[in-house]
Design a protein around this ligand. Structure first.
Ligand code: ZN
Length: 157
């Protein structure tokens, strides 16, 4: 993970903070082409009740609709929190490239456990348990405290 990776991850954290401002869960993601161009970015939209509206899932669908298989394989998905199994599967099915996450699912699980948040209905798995050949980097310790604070604010108000 280099400075450019951290720059994109910081944007993911900004998007997560924007989601929180809108009353949504604080997760944000960015899709970057093989040449380094930001192609698409999004944050969680689950506040309306559709809990499949994760940014990584939106990225997979956008990539399938707008990129060739070669472009998808060369792209990188940056995300504030490690992909859930649903998003990891979508990532794998559309053949996207490297994933860089700021906080791991394991970290998030620990934080939510400390806050007394009930376990989610879908199992938490490392990305490679879902997509064995995925290239994955993370977590980013420089961003841990900031992301943890966003989740704390979401669950404690
Ligand atoms: Zn997800």
């Amino acid at each position: 993970m280099d400075d450019r990776d951290l720059l994109h991850l910081r944007r993911c954290v900004e998007l997560a903070a924007r989601a929180l401002e809108k009353g949504d869960q604080p997760f944000g993601s960015v899709l970057v082409s093989g040449r380094g161009a930001v192609l698409f970015e999004d944050h969680n939209h689950v506040a309306g009740g559709d809990h499949t509206r994760h940014p990584e899932f939106e990225i997979a669908r956008w990539a399938a609709a707008n990129m060739t298989p070669q472009e998808r394989a060369a792209a990188t998905v940056y995300t504030s929190g490690e992909h859930c199994p649903m998003c990891a599967a979508a990532h794998g099915w559309v053949g996207l490239g490297r994933i860089v996450y700021a906080a791991s699912s394991e970290q998030l699980g620990e934080w939510l456990g400390e806050l007394g948040v009930p376990a989610p209905p879908v199992a938490t798995l490392p990305i490679r348990a879902v997509v064995p050949d995925a290239v994955v980097d993370g977590p980013a310790p420089a961003l841990t405290a900031e992301i943890r604070a966003l989740h704390r604010r979401f669950h404690t108000g």
